[in-house]
Design a protein. Structure first.
Length: 325
């Protein structure tokens, strides 16, 4: 991503000459104005970082317990790109609280083959067609990796797998109040109208709960929007959520850059940083969002259950080489 040629999404940006008495938003309640300013600030300050630049950020304190941090990537196949993703994340100084991957092309049975040190994984079932005869070979599968300092439970009511949407949600329990963290994937050819219905239901269920939703929505925020795309924006904002990523996240060869990956949240106060990591392992860049938070009680090693697997030779061949150490 060329830092000198930034294309940015920010529907709430106000040029300096509109500030003060000339700001048309001054007629709105002060709380509403402040929330718009917070969203605008996050979108305006979203930047691209190399791993070295992110590691050098002074705004990120060494104590990871101070943060709820999320990292998302459309990995475009675990079997192809998981090794490189492990190398990339191992170079980061910060251990993200939750990591989400989409298009893993990996089902629940084989999810255990792809491990990240110090994280517990949760894989969603992949999409199977209505006749239940065929599972998509590509372009399906979502998962979440949660750092071992957090306790969590799967939320089955929000975890769905349909032709128009795949989602997986967890509840983190050892924080001052429970936090919902989810991952959502909309296939590029799926009906956006159907996706909007499902996503609105999910956001309605999250009303009154602090939530963070990582995902590839396949809706480009930095281009002219169709009515269904505008409807998605309306659904997000009307339920108190906001995107935290505003710059390009994806580029296919010889194609324009797009902003289709994002992290939506209704808990953006005390945000620290959001951005896009320049280094990529697929056509997508990793995106991240971080905010201040306190963890009530980290999980001690004795409270963690270690599961040992006895793999067949066929399964051992599928294990990424970077996990064998």
């Amino acid at each position: 991503i060329d830092k000198n040629d930034i294309i940015r999404y920010n529907p709430f940006y106000q040029p300096p000459h509109f500030s003060g008495n000339n700001d048309p938003r001054n007629e709105e309640p002060i709380e509403y104005i402040e929330s718009l300013q917070t969203v605008s600030s996050i979108l305006e300050n979203c930047k691209s970082y190399s791993i070295h630049q992110l590691n050098s950020q002074e705004s990120i304190a060494p104590n990871e317990d101070n943060y709820l941090s999320t990292l998302f990537l459309n990995i475009d196949g675990n079997s192809t790109n998981f090794d490189n993703f492990l190398i990339q994340t191992s170079a980061l100084n910060h251990k993200f609280s939750v990591i989400g991957l989409a298009e893993t092309n990996t089902d629940q049975e084989n999810g255990c083959l792809y491990q990240i040190s110090e994280y517990s994984s949760c894989y969603q079932s992949r999409y199977v067609n209505e006749s239940k005869t065929m599972c998509k070979s590509k372009g399906s599968g979502v998962c979440l990796y949660v750092h071992d300092r957090f306790n969590f439970n799967k939320d089955s009511t929000l975890s769905i797998c349909k032709e128009s949407i795949e989602s997986l949600f967890l509840t983190i329990t050892n924080t001052p109040e429970p936090l919902k963290v989810g991952i959502v994937y909309r296939p590029p050819n799926a009906s956006l109208d159907e996706f909007n219905k499902e996503y609105e239901r999910i956001l309605s269920e999250l009303n009154g709960k602090k939530a963070y939703i990582l995902g590839d929505f396949n809706v480009n925020l930095i281009s002219t929007m169709s009515p269904p795309q505008e409807r998605l924006q309306e659904i997000i904002y009307s339920h108190g959520f906001a995107p935290t990523i505003s710059i390009p996240t994806h580029q296919m060869p010889n194609c324009a850059r797009t902003c289709i990956d994002n992290i939506h949240s209704n808990d953006i106060d005390n945000s620290v940083i959001s951005g896009v990591i320049i280094d990529k392992v697929s056509h997508h860049h990793p995106v991240f969002f971080m905010k201040n938070i306190s963890v009530v009680g980290s999980v001690s090693p004795s409270e963690k259950i270690t599961i040992h697997y006895n793999f067949s030779n066929a399964k051992k061949k599928k294990v990424p080489t970077a996990t064998l150490r």
